[in-house]
Design a protein. Structure first.
Lengths: 540, 318
């Protein structure tokens, strides 16, 4: 492999199937190849249920036409067509119908090129992005470098109120460097840029767009109706640049906040696909002919947050004692009805290629918990712990921990607070509480945004200089094996020292009509990481 | 009558305006006490101090609260309820999209429930103590005690999921034919009727029975007047006051209180709009919705009072 070709991303047609950029950059050797293939096959096991479900349909050619209805768990007047402001599954699903990103993620969370034809770098700081030719916006204007510059740079302006501002801050500049080319310069090396650009907020809009009452994107669908809090109707973009796509004529997207109502809507045939199915409803969906439950493993977790800067969390013994107090098996079965994977107090889940499986599992150990809590001097006292339905399963987790604590003479006072305002007023502010972290596309994003000392959402206020250095080093490291070792060390540090207790990773449950074909899940979010509308078709 | 009713209406309208003013002030300052503002809730978990500050500036939240209230009030008096903070659309336009749907649901429900309740109430009053009366009473009390989300969910499970007669959601946009209209409204209306019919039936029954117990009704009975005639000709006109009040109270619930029905059937009404506005701290929208609910309530109560006066000769000539 010549130096020139290092770091070159192929186009979608002939993509690398391996899931790491590092492999390409550092050149393959046999062991790397084996590892990559192994990682790939493990992933397949993770989503095996689904592959077999849709596998039979692969024999039939996709069918064009039809109207699909998708119902999500939330929708309000805050619904938006501005990619920068998208906040939840409904928004992500909506904007992915109308816009394209430079890249997207495949089933192994590896980046695939979309509006970018290739991305090239030598140092992971300066990236050259070749744009696809012949792509037009819904208003007929062709895609130009100016659109990409505008779409990426606007996130850095606080007034845009972008949800991805923290991610965009590592972009120093984006400049047009040719008629079909842009150069992205980062503030420091980040080998994951193609992954980051697949985030919904970075979808490409027209240069200068200020009014988002109607979308003007390059996406597979055009907007027929958008009423915030009511519904979105998308119709096929006849001039879509991917030939043959989309298959569907029309997609109607709306929210049904009540879970029981959402499941009923699916089972009565009113909608084809719903997300956020409660574990309690899985039996009902599975037992109804024509419907299936789709389980996607992902890195979503609800964690116990022990603030390290105030009592009692400022005692390392207290933090450790609380981690030993978590009965992970019980939390998995009682709080999540077994739709969860046991976690080990570190945030990189088994679907991630950098997951460190060799880290010894922390058990539920009341004796050790008692030892540490006694050392911390809290036994016999009452400690408040804040839980809310806003953090999925946290109320159950808190109650289970309360029972375990009672057995060793610690009184946990569970304070249930409403979901309304939880993230702005309780999260990261109370000494002992819960957070709920959605899966992030890369290990680096997760560690940088939630664990680094200066992280915006450093939930437990944990400060560790060694960790910070290692995160930055791992981000710029282009050798896969070295990088994997670094991430293993990072996971060990979080597991041992950080004020976060992660008992389980939550399995994402969706309900789908078996008429829906062409599903290829992405272990990051519902609805094929919110891009399903473009790829699926309805069987008659 | 000698102008007594118009004077009353005018006086009541003035009081209503004052009430609206007080309510708007209360709602504004209480919503301000809620934790977090529109900028913080819009950014949610992704909030950083600088984006929150920038958004506050855009939303005009940097202006002190009393000043914001004064601005809002000034705009409202000139007929402009302002712009929604969250999605930058005129509040009037957002409400215009939802209010007709809410009024439609309320109208259909009223058209079904009021005659039904009056009929049940009057008949059970006429045959009080009978099997019919007891059945109506027991079922009314049981229905009103069952929470409406249960009624709605069970109805959906039976009629939509099992029998597949109706759809689980209320697709009012497709309701262009009579059949589609019935399909879209059947379950929401049925659920709401379960809640409000009981109240109106019991009030009607009580009011009519009260009149039937009076000496003039006994006199009529002794003179051999038929039972139906006693009820319809003599008792009912005197019972209109309390009945109208009960009906008004029940109907006022249909405007703002149908949040559960709206969310279960995915019905795009104004109650959901208000809930959205509160959760996103969208103050102009909260204010506009509360003004509509309050005005609707006052209007209904006023109508009931006027009806009571008009139907009562003693009050008319006072």
């Amino acid at each position: 492999m010549s130096k020139q070709e290092n770091g070159r991303y192929p186009t979608e047609g002939n993509s690398i199937t391996g899931d790491s950029l590092e492999n390409v950059q550092g050149g393959f050797n046999r062991r790397d190849m084996m590892r990559t293939l192994l990682a790939g096959s493990l992933m397949t096991v993770g989503s095996a249920g689904l592959l077999s479900a849709s596998g039979s349909a692969m024999a039939l050619p996709p069918k064009r036409g039809g109207k699909m209805r998708i119902a999500t768990q939330t929708s309000s007047t805050a619904d938006t067509l501005d990619p920068a402001k998208t906040a939840h599954s409904t928004d992500y699903t909506r904007v992915h119908m109308f816009y394209n990103g430079l890249t997207k993620l495949d089933g192994k969370l590896g980046p695939q090129m979309v509006l970018a034809e290739e991305m090239q770098t030598n140092d992971a700081i300066l990236w050259t992005v070749k744009l696809r030719k012949g792509v037009t916006f819904h208003d007929g204007k062709p895609l130009t470098p100016a659109d990409v510059v505008f779409s990426l740079m606007r996130h850095k302006d606080p007034a845009t109120a972008s949800k991805a501002k923290v991610l965009a801050d590592q972009i120093e500049s984006v400049k047009a460097s040719g008629p079909n080319e842009v150069q992205i310069k980062l503030t420091s090396a980040n080998a994951d840029l193609p992954v980051i650009l697949a985030t919904a907020q970075f979808l490409i809009i027209r240069d200068g767009t200020a009014n988002f009452s109607m979308p003007n994107g390059t996406g597979a669908f055009k907007c027929k109706e958008f009423t915030p809090g009511v519904r979105t109707i998308a119709v096929r973009n006849e001039g879509y640049w991917k030939s043959g796509l989309p298959y569907l004529d029309e997609v109607e997207l709306f929210g049904i906040p009540d879970e029981a109502a959402r499941v009923n809507a699916l089972l009565s045939g009113d909608v084809h696909w719903i997300n956020d199915v409660n574990a309690r409803s899985t039996g009902r969906v599975k037992s109804t002919a024509g419907y299936t439950v789709m389980e996607t493993r992902s890195g979503q977790y609800t964690d116990l947050v022990i603030r390290q800067d105030v009592a009692p969390g400022n005692s390392m013994d207290f933090t450790l004692g609380m981690k030993y107090l978590m009965d992970r098996e019980q939390i998995k079965s009682a709080a999540f009805r077994n739709y969860a994977v046991i976690a080990n107090d570190q945030p990189i889940d088994p679907t991630n290629r950098f997951h460190f499986a060799g880290l010894p599992q922390r058990p539920y150990d009341p004796e050790k918990a008692k030892f540490h809590l006694q050392k911390a001097g809290v036994l016999g006292s009452t400690i408040p712990v804040v839980a809310s339905v806003a953090a999925t399963g946290s109320v159950d987790m808190a109650v289970l921990m309360q029972q375990s604590a009672q057995k060793i003479g610690l009184k946990l006072d569970v304070k249930r607070v409403p979901a309304d305002g939880y993230w702005s007023n309780q999260w990261m502010k109370v000494p002992l509480g819960f957070g709920n972290i959605n899966p992030r596309p890369s290990a680096d994003i997760l560690l940088t945004q939630f664990f680094k000392s200066d992280a915006q959402w450093n939930e437990s206020g944990w400060k560790n200089a060694q960790f910070d250095q290692l995160v930055v080093a791992a981000r710029g490291e282009t050798d896969f094996n070295k990088r994997k070792q670094m991430y293993a060390d990072l996971q060990t540090l979080v597991h041992e020292k950080c004020g976060i207790g992660i008992p389980v990773f939550i399995i994402n449950l969706e309900g789908v009509s078996t008429k829906v074909k062409g599903i290829d899940p992405v272990p990051l979010g519902a609805f094929m990481n919110y891009t399903c509308a473009e790829y699926i078709w309805l069987e008659a | 009558m000698n102008g007594m009713v118009p004077r009353l209406i005018l006086r009541r309208l003035a009081v209503a305006a004052l009430t609206l003013l007080l309510v708007s002030a209360c709602v504004f300052f209480i919503t301000n006490l809620l934790p977090g503002d529109a900028a913080q809730t819009a950014l949610g978990q992704a909030a950083t101090p600088e984006t929150v500050a920038a958004l506050r500036l855009q939303y005009g939240l940097d202006v002190p609260a009393p000043l914001r209230y004064a601005q809002w009030l000034g705009n409202l008096l000139t007929g402009n309820p302002g712009m929604s903070l969250v999605n930058n659309a005129p509040v009037a336009q957002m409400i215009a999209g939802r209010l007709p749907a809410s009024l439609m649901l309320a109208a259909v429900t009223a058209a079904v429930s009021v005659p039904l309740a009056l009929f049940l109430g009057i008949v059970s009053a006429m045959y009080r103590g009978s099997v019919f009366d007891r059945t109506v009473n027991v079922s009314a009390v049981s229905l009103v005690s069952v929470p409406e989300f249960l009624v709605a969910t069970v109805a959906v499970m039976i009629f939509a999921v099992k029998l597949r007669w109706l759809s689980a959601l209320s697709h009012t946009n497709d309701a262009t034919t009579v059949a589609a209209f019935i399909k879209a409204y059947a379950m929401p209306v049925m659920t709401l009727c379960c809640v409000i019919v009981a109240q109106m039936t019991r009030m009607t029954r009580a009011a009519v029975i009260d009149q039937l117990r009076s000496s003039y009704a006994e006199m009529a009975l002794l003179k051999g007047v038929k039972r139906t005639r006693i009820v319809l000709r003599h008792a009912l006109p005197n019972a209109i006051g309390p009945i109208a009040n009960a009906v008004a109270l029940s109907l006022s619930y249909l405007l703002g209180g149908v949040i559960i029905v709206e969310s279960i059937f995915n019905y795009p009404g104004i109650a959901t709009l208000m809930i959205d506005a509160v959760t996103t701290r969208d103050m102009p929208l909260v204010q506009a919705c509360s003004m509509i609910f309050c005005a609707g309530y006052l209007l209904l109560v006023l109508t009931a009072d006027v009806l009571a006066i008009v139907s009562n000769p003693r009050l008319k000539t006072r």
